[in-house]
Design a protein around this ligand. Structure first.
Ligand code: NDP
Length: 242
């Protein structure tokens, strides 16, 4: 069945792969992005997927754009909260700006993007919410107290939201990727990356498409009993219990 899906940060990296895979699965996809107009235009030209620019850290902007999307394309049944940033640094040197930028973008976005669609999903008795956390939200990572806190917060948020909305036909699940080959990871110095790969039993970085395939499944009609779960996709690097 064709449904309307929004993918935040859906024009680059993992999000772009998710947008393309949901489209290939027959959904009507809208991809959000923050500021990289060039990448967004290239993505739209390549895929035919409409792009919408707004900051997921800004509640008013998110609510306004989501209302416009619903007017233009119909009610949103699938939300993939994928947009995220890092602002790494040891905590004793971290600025309040580094802390708050990451919390605002990676955690506040859960409220900002999900709140405007949840009442409609409840009224229609269907919804699929898929939130992208991180291995570093599960195990913690030195240099990423801000990011680890936000990504762990995504997991708590999703479990609570799943309980509240399960009776209304809505599922809320988390994907916690390990290290995936995107620009975010390309920013990691080569020596550090080599060390990271040596700790991954699969012996390589993950591919964005491997995350996207899992999203397509969680968004499907068949996945109705997957609810409140955390799917670790990390090449056996870390085995979490939730
Ligand atoms: P990229 O940096 O490659 O892409 C990020 C995307 O998010 C871009 O489309 C960007 O838009 C968008 N974005 C960033 N900030 C905002 C904002 N405030 N509002 C709207 N959109 C925004 O990231 P990845 O693909 O690597 O990561 C995607 C998600 O997966 C993130 O949540 C990340 O934390 C998570 N993750 C990534 C891992 C990895 O190894 N890559 C591992 C574990 C988790 P624009 O193009 O305009 O900048």
């Amino acid at each position: 069945m064709t449904r309307v899906a929004i993918v935040t940060g859906g024009t680059r990296g993992i999000g772009a792969a998710i947008s393309k895979a949901l489209k290939a699965a027959g959904h009507k996809v809208i991809a959000n992005y923050a500021g990289n107009d060039e990448a967004a235009s290239a993505f739209q030209a390549e895929t035919g997927i409409p792009v919408v620019k707004f900051d997921v850290g800004d509640y008013a902007a998110s609510a306004e754009k989501i209302a416009e999307i619903e007017q233009q394309h119909g009610p949103i049944d699938i939300v993939v909260n994928n947009a995220g940033i890092t602002r790494d640094g040891a905590f004793h040197r971290m600025t309040h700006e580094q802390w708050s930028q990451v919390i605002r973008t990676d955690l506040d976005c859960m409220f900002n993007v999900t709140r405007p669609v949840i009442e409609g999903m409840r009224a229609r008795g269907f919804g699929r919410i898929i939130n992208i956390s991180s291995i570093n939200g599960q195990k913690g990572q030195a240099g990423q107290t801000n990011y680890s806190a936000a990504k762990a917060g995504v997991i708590g948020f999703s479990k609570a939201l799943a309980q509240e909305n399960a009776p209304k036909g809505i599922t809320v699940n988390v994907i916690a990727p390990g290290y995936i080959d995107t620009e975010m990871v390309a920013a990691v110095p080569e020596e550090v990356l080599k060390k990271i790969i040596s700790t991954i039993p699969n012996g390589r970085l993950g591919r964005a498409e491997e995350i996207a395939d899992a999203v397509v499944f969680l968004a499907s009609e068949q996945a109705g009993y997957f609810n409140g779960s955390v799917l670790s996709i990390n090449g056996a690097q870390y085995m979490a219990n939730g």
